[in-house]
Design a protein around this ligand. Structure first.
Ligand SMILES: Nc1ncnc2c1ncn2[C@@H]1O[C@H](COP(=O)(O)OP(=O)(O)OP(=O)(O)O)[C@@H](O)[C@H]1O
Length: 263
């Protein structure tokens, strides 16, 4: 069997924010390879630089030191799509127009665009809501629009910044299960930021734990539950509890440092 391909190579990346009053190191010397088709989660205390790292991967922010290499078999820069914590659907566009947006930008022919849009609207359970505007949807439905738009775009790399953080617990569970199923059928390279250890464990192939700010790699855990995964079953698995406890033991040593800093 051939070796899995590296998709994202993060080499000694640091980021320092400078303002007139102060300089602040957000992340320090992060080096990690995310493999093609891997679901890679990042957890860490609030303010440790998770979003900063993701924004650097998306090309929205420039690192102060180090290098990001995105590998793609076809050469050039792979297509990268980001899903944010806040529902990011355009309020003046219908569900259908929102999902279609990236395809339109890339000038995908109309018939293919419409078929792809229909496919993803159905996949995320928004059939019947094609002509609704985001203001007519619940929070969970808006995040479904964002996820459908991201998958419809067919990116090589999907960057997700706490996409379920603002959802109620039941909707979150449903969305996690739906995301797992979509991903298991499509195997994008995903970097997924979360505050939630159990969200990371149910979704990820590996979980990277960062220290308090400036974020450094504390440890990377492999999550070897077989796929396809069923969240409800996983959570009651003894290995789930053991892994949760290992990650929490590491993270809790970081949280007090952060509190003292804030107080
Ligand atoms: N554009 C910016 N200018 C100055 N400082 C910034 C900027 N963006 C982020 N920071 C600072 O960098 C640090 C890391 O922020 P970041 O949002 O990456 O953390 P995070 O781990 O994603 O936090 P949270 O979990 O609370 O969302 C914070 O102290 C933040 O205030």
């Amino acid at each position: 069997m051939s070796e899995p391909r590296v998709s994202i190579e993060v080499k000694h990346v640091s980021k320092r924010f400078k303002s007139r009053q102060q300089e602040m190191e957000a992340i320090t010397d992060i080096s990690v390879n995310v493999m093609a088709g891997e679901f890679f989660c990042v957890v860490g205390p609030s303010g440790c630089g998770k979003t900063t790292l993701l924004r650097i991967l998306a090309g929205l922010e420039t690192q102060t030191a180090g290098e990001i290499v995105l590998h793609w078999q076809e050469g050039g820069r792979p297509l990268t799509t980001m899903v944010f914590q806040e529902p990011s659907a355009f309020p003046w566009m219908t569900v259908q127009q929102n999902v279609e947006y990236g395809l339109k930008l890339r000038k995908v022919p109309k018939s293919e665009r419409q078929a792809t849009t229909r496919h993803w609207i159905k996949k995320v359970g928004l059939e019947g809501f094609e002509h609704h505007y985001p203001s007519q949807l619940s929070g969970g439905m808006k995040q479904r629009v964002a996820i459908a738009r991201a998958f419809a775009n067919d990116p090589e790399i999907l960057l997700m910044d706490e996409p379920f953080a603002n959802l109620d617990e039941q909707t979150k569970l449903i969305m996690q299960q739906e995301l797992i199923e979509l991903w298991e059928a499509n195997r994008k390279t995903v970097v997924f930021i979360t505050h939630s250890i159990d969200e990371a464990i149910v979704l990820a192939d590996r979980v990277m734990v960062l220290t308090a700010r400036p974020g450094r790699i504390k440890q990377i855990f492999s999550v070897d539950f077989p796929r396809p995964r069923q969240i409800a079953e996983l959570r009651s698995h003894p290995k789930f509890a053991a892994l949760f406890s290992q990650i929490w033991t590491l993270l809790r040593t970081e949280v007090p440092q952060k509190r003292e800093e804030v107080l």
